[in-house]
Design a protein around this ligand. Structure first.
Ligand code: NAD
Length: 383
């Protein structure tokens, strides 16, 4: 039997409520694309205030701008949101509504239950599979790439020195030494950015292929014999044993002590990030050196870093634990994030019925649809 779809799907982009969030889930270009598919797009007034998109630019792209966020939320067929919603926001969704956002599903069991109770379909951006087909909707990557760029710009800005080598009549200034730990999407962009600014870069990752990628960008790879490390079928690293972690920390200590900037980006999918740099190593760094921890918001790679804050140790090392690094370049972060949302909706758009088609047999949806039709349907979170 052919499934029956509702017509005239209404897509709603609420303004983010977390004060730290500067990005918008839709930008005018994404609105244009969605309107072109035949959807009705509604955005909450002020959606783009912090990423240079005034309400008028959304209207010009074909959206309706509303000040009644709650009303729009409870009548929407699809909601695009960046940060996970509150219980109250979930309770406003109508039955069958599709809610797409970051969800932190490994740590938000209760929230998943709320979505199921509400009979709405929760799609988690973290769970979009790392496949070629799904790359265009991979928000983790689009944002990590920009966070990697920002980490270097912030470090360069906090340093009292410069990145490039300069040979001047008054003498030669040596290039900054940058150490990047974790060479995934963010780490690779950090390496590329630091190289562009003229730094000398060393990098480490538990995955050999990542070390080779770092070398191809001109970085020096730090090789530590940790024995078996391996990765998942999605390209993610596996968690190290406590012994392996200790060995890594010891081997990194000397590089940290000699670096002007240390940038950490190491994450292990579905787990707290590993602590890779302990206090004794930070205590051995030179005064004025800068540590930027991109994992700070989710637990941190560096001991002593405060999430969301910049602090300085007694020996004059600056510790940067900002949250939402990509939010510092909110216009471009919103551009690529909004494209991820629009690409996902377009990919699953049924031309005939002008609706987002839920198909739990589809490989991408099997990866990222968490709740549907009153139940938690994702294999990993069912129990
Ligand atoms: P991530 O954010 O989960 O982790 C960042 C990096 O930390 C990874 O490179 C990981 O190996 C590393 N790491 C973990 N433990 C570490 C430790 N103890 N010490 C040092 N480094 C450690 O990873 P990511 O940036 O999201 O990307 C992971 C992989 O997925 C990459 O190989 C990337 O190329 C791949 N990827 C594939 C696709 C696709 O095929 N569509 C899309 C995006 C990323």
């Amino acid at each position: 039997m052919r499934p029956v779809y509702r017509h005239g799907m209404k897509i709603f982009a609420p303004k983010e409520t977390d004060p730290i969030e500067t990005r918008a889930s839709l930008d005018p270009a994404a609105v244009k694309k969605l309107v072109g598919l035949g959807a009705e797009v509604v955005v909450e007034s002020g959606l783009g205030d912090r990423c240079d998109h005034p309400d008028s630019s959304y209207e010009e792209a074909g959206a309706t701008v509303t000040s009644d966020g709650n009303g729009a939320l409870s009548s929407a067929d699809i909601v695009t949101r960046i940060r996970k919603p509150s219980d109250e926001q979930v309770a406003k969704l109508k039955e069958g509504a599709i809610h797409i956002s970051f969800l932190d599903p490994f740590n938000e069991k209760d929230l998943l239950g709320k979505f199921a109770d509400q009979k709405s379909t929760a799609i988690s951006l973290e769970m979009v599979p790392r496949t070629t087909l799904a790359q265009k909707m991979d928000a983790i990557s689009s944002q990590a790439n920009l966070a990697g760029y920002v980490s270097v710009i912030v470090a360069a800005n906090r340093m009292n020195g410069i990145f490039p080598m300069m040979m001047t009549p008054a003498g030669t200034i040596s290039p900054a030494k940058v150490f990047v730990v974790g060479i995934g999407v963010a780490g690779l962009q950090a390496i590329a950015t630091a190289k562009r600014l003229g730094a000398r870069v060393t990098a480490f990752d538990v995955r050999e292929e990542a070390l080779e990628q770092a070398e191809s960008l001109g970085a020096k790879a730090l090789r530590i014999d940790l024995g078996e490390t391996g990765g998942t079928d999605q390209g993610y690293a596996k968690e190290l044993t406590p012994e392996q972690l200790e060995k890594q920390r010891q081997a990194q200590a000397k590089v940290c002590a000699q670096s002007d900037v240390v940038i950490t980006t190491a994450k292990v999918f579905g787990r707290k990030p590993p602590v890779l740099i302990k206090k004794d190593v930070v205590d051995n760094m030179q005064p004025g050196s800068v540590v930027v921890d991109l994992a700070a918001e989710t637990g941190g790679n560096v001991e002593g870093v405060t999430p969301g804050e910049e602090t300085e140790t007694e020996n004059g090392v600056k510790l940067v634990g900002l949250a939402n690094f990509e939010g510092q370049v909110s216009k471009h972060a919103s551009q690529v994030l909004a494209a991820n949302f629009a690409n996902m909706i377009e990919h699953f758009w049924d031309e005939e019925s002008k609706a987002f088609k839920i198909d739990l047999e589809d490989e991408i949806q099997q990866g990222c649809v968490i709740t549907h039709d009153g139940a938690i349907v994702h294999e990993r979170f069912k129990d």
